[in-house]
Structure formats: C-alpha cells, structure tokens
Write a protein that binds this ligand. Structure first.
Ligand code: SAH
Ligand code: SF4
Length: 418
C-alpha cells in the first residue's frame, strides 16, 4: 500500500497494489463537544447518559420514554420545554447535555418548493474551516423527500462525481445524520404540535412534510456503515421520527460485502449506482468496480434480504454523452438485470467545473428510456417537472453549480420515491 499527499488538496491518497483501487483515507475525525448533544443516541445510550447524571436505575426506562417523545416527536430544542420532566432533572440535563443539531448556515428555496440547507459541523481542530454538508428537501404533492449526506466528502473517486473530488473527508456520526432530519423538520415545522410551513410546492396530502428519506447526498453510506445504520434505525423508530423503512432508500456505489448487512440490519430500500454495463467502463466511472466487479455486485443484489417485486432494487444510471448512453447499452442493461426485481433510474449527468463529461442529449435519454420501458420497467422520465429538469440539464453546462445540483437531486429523488 502506498500513501501520498496531494499537494493541491492536502488529501491523503492510499492505493492498494493488489486491486489498483484508488481511495482516499478520511483525514479528520469527529471530536465531541464538551457538552454533547443527546440527538442520535440509541435508547440504551440515552439511558446510560441519564444514569450518569444521577437518574435512579428504576426510573431510567420511564425517563428515556419521556425524552424520546420530546426529542423525536415534538422536536424540542430546549430542556425547559419538557414539561413532563421534573424541574431538577431538566436543569441537570441542561448542565450536561444539549439538544443541538447541525447549524444551518444557508437556506435556498426554489420556486418549485425545493429547499437546500448548507449545514455546518464541527471540525477536528479548533479554528480550522468547519465541515459542511448539504441536505436537500424535495416536495411533491403527496410526499416530501429528504436527501441526506453520510460523510463530509467521499473516500471514493467516481470520475463523474463532484463529491469525489472534495478535499475534506470524515464520517458523520449518527447524531449528525439524524440531525439533518431534525434540522429539516425544524425548518419546515414538521413536528407534533408545531405549525407547519406553508408555501409553493409543499405537499398538500399526507400527514408529514417529510415522508421519505434518501441517502444520496455526500458520501458512501456503506463506508460509514454503523453510523448510517444507527441513524436510519432512529429515523424508522415508530415512537419517534417514524419514517417507514419502505420510504428510506440507501444508495451505494457497490460496497459488496456490506450489502447483505445493510439489508439485515437496516432493512431500507436499496439503490445501486450501476452506471455501466461492462466492467472496463465501470472500472473507469466507479473505480470501486475494480474491487467488486459487476457480477459480484449483482449477485449481492440477488440475495438482498427482503427482495421481492414489491421491494425492488433501484439501479441508478447516470447518462453520459458518448460514454454509456447507446441503445446497445440500454439493451445490455435490461439483459444484465434480468431476474432481479429492479427499477431503473436514469440520472441526467450534472456537469461541474473541470469535468470531462457531458450530459447525454435529451433525445438520447428519451430513446434509452424507451428501450427500458419496452422491457417492462417503469419509465423514470414522465412528469412535466422531470422533463423540465432534464431539458435544463443539457443546457446548464457550468451555470450555477448550486442550482444544477439541486435539480439533479430533485429529479433523482422524484424517480426514487415513486
Ligand atoms: N455514494 C453513494 C451515494 C451518494 S451519490 C453512491 O454513489 O451511490 C448519489 C448518486 O448521485 C449516485 O448514483 C451517484 O452516482 C450520482 N451522481 C454523482 N455525481 C453525479 C453527477 N455529477 N451527475 C449525476 N449524478 C451523479
Ligand atoms: Fe462517492 Fe457516490 Fe460520488 Fe462515487 S458517486 S465519489 S461513491 S459520493
């Protein structure tokens, strides 16, 4: 194994000679603040925290239940508002803990109601530039989807992905992952007993503004498995955030050894970033393919726990002009997925400064999607809004990066949660 320092970015790069895979190692780690937040603790850990501040053992279970209600159903941000908890305990909790979530540094709201929050997380070294992640909310009439990040940056280097070029990398802790949901619910007033946000594009049906979650922001969730698992289990907790596992989708670039565990220990819907039908091309687009080639990846998909026609795997396929977008590719894709209960999500490539790729032409995306549709898969390109965004994708080039990123996420999440 060789380790080298990129002089421009400061990132450490580690290449393993046996596989030729180029991966960055995380260069920073999470350092807990002096007064830790209770957000993200499991029931057991919360119980331990309470015991540590003097709650008698016989009361711990009841107190955990009370706190759970205030934290995850009501979104309480101040211990003093927890009226069912004794004054002394509230004061003692406030002395030792916080209910802090990631800090919102910026909010962008699009005309169609899509919202993007830039969140600040603590950096390892005081005084250094803080870590930032994005979290995007995509509302539709009958649902609202939140796109979460699992890492700051990504240790993998997919050649078409902007995140892969990012400098800082660290794993988020469960409280920071679940904290993104908390922040979004705070911003939207999506808590029990709180007045909901109103505005153009927000869902008018269903009882929650945030009904779906996709792990498709920054990072490779299966390279931060435990934290993602713990956070998603909190998200699905029926006495708390209560987002059904069928409405949680985890997207992976193909970390084969972790796919089975993800199914067994999280039980979310799975999305796989396939992007190519041949190993030589996928090696280039998703370098992790050199370690876990297509055949191995699809085998892991076939045995994904709970897979059925009602619980299909979504295969993501980014449309890159002249690279992976021929009709022969489309046919090969259909052949490759034969026998796997699957959905196919075509993603228009979102260009970023310095990239060597272009988004496929709109007509080509349509033709490609038709082959897939004719093979019996729901066509992912169908709403006028999707069409608008698709049409914009080819034109955008390097127009404001933020807007196009939001559009990409919006389109993807729409296709995802259908
Ligand atoms: N690391 C995970 C999840 C985050 S990336 C994964 O790779 O699956 C979420 C999705 O965005 C992936 O399917 C990824 O391939 C896609 N993506 C990344 N960069 C993109 C770009 N520039 N344009 C369109 N899709 C992109
Ligand atoms: Fe990481 Fe996913 Fe981007 Fe690949 S596509 S670099 S795995 S975030």
């Amino acid at each position: 194994m060789t380790v080298s320092l990129n002089p421009e970015t400061g990132s450490r790069r580690v290449s393993a000679p046996d596989t030729g895979v180029l991966e960055k190692t995380p260069i920073e780690r999470y350092v807990a603040p002096e007064k830790p937040s209770l957000i993200g603790l499991s029931r057991a850990a919360l119980g331990e925290a309470l015991a540590a501040v003097g709650v008698p053992p016989a009361q711990v279970k009841m107190r955990v239940q009370q706190l759970w209600h205030w934290i995850y159903l009501r979104g309480t941000q101040d211990f003093d508002d927890m009226t069912s908890v004794s004054k002394e305990l509230r004061a003692s909790l406030a002395r030792h803990f916080t209910l802090a979530r990631p800090e919102v540094v910026a909010e962008q709201v699009s005309v169609d109601g899509t919202r993007k929050w830039l969140l600040r997380l603590p950096s390892e070294h005081p005084g250094e530039r803080p870590h930032e992640v994005e979290c995007v909310y995509i509302p539709e009439v009958d649902r609202g989807t939140l796109c979460l990040s699992s890492q700051v940056g990504c240790t993998l280097n997919c050649s078409f992905c902007h995140t892969g070029t990012q400098r800082l990398v660290r794993n988020l802790v469960p409280g920071e992952i679940v904290g993104q949901i908390m922040v979004a619910r705070d911003q939207l007033g999506d808590w029990l007993g709180v007045e909901r946000a109103r505005g153009a594009g927000l869902p008018t049906q269903g009882d929650r503004l945030i009904s779906n979650i996709v792990m498709m922001g920054m990072g490779e969730p299966l390279y931060n498995f435990e934290a993602v698992r713990d956070a998603l289990n909190l998200a699905a907790d029926g006495d708390g955030l209560s987002i059904s596992r069928r409405r949680i989708t985890l997207s992976t670039s193909g970390v084969v050894p972790m796919i089975g565990r993800a199914g067994a220990e999280i039980g979310a819907m799975l999305a796989v970033s396939l992007h190519a039908v041949r190993d030589d091309l996928r090696d280039e687009l998703v370098p992790l393919n050199r370690k876990y080639p297509i055949a191995q990846l699809l085998e892991a998909c076939r045995t994904y726990p709970g897979l059925s026609n009602a619980r299909r795997i979504t295969f993501e396929y980014v449309m890159l002009k002249g690279v992976n977008d021929t009709l022969a590719d489309a046919k090969a894709l259909v052949r490759l997925l034969k026998g796997i209960p699957a959905k196919i999500n075509l993603i228009p490539f979102n260009p970023w400064p310095g990239t060597r790729y272009e988004c496929s032409d709109w007509e080509q995306i349509e033709k490609f999607s038709e082959v897939i549709f004719n093979a019996g898969y729901a066509s992912p390109v169908r709403t006028p809004r999707g069409r608008d965004i698709l049409a914009a994708c080819g034109q955008l080039k390097s127009a404001t990066e933020k807007l196009s990123a939001r559009e990409r996420l919006a389109l993807r999440a729409m296709a995802m949660t259908d």
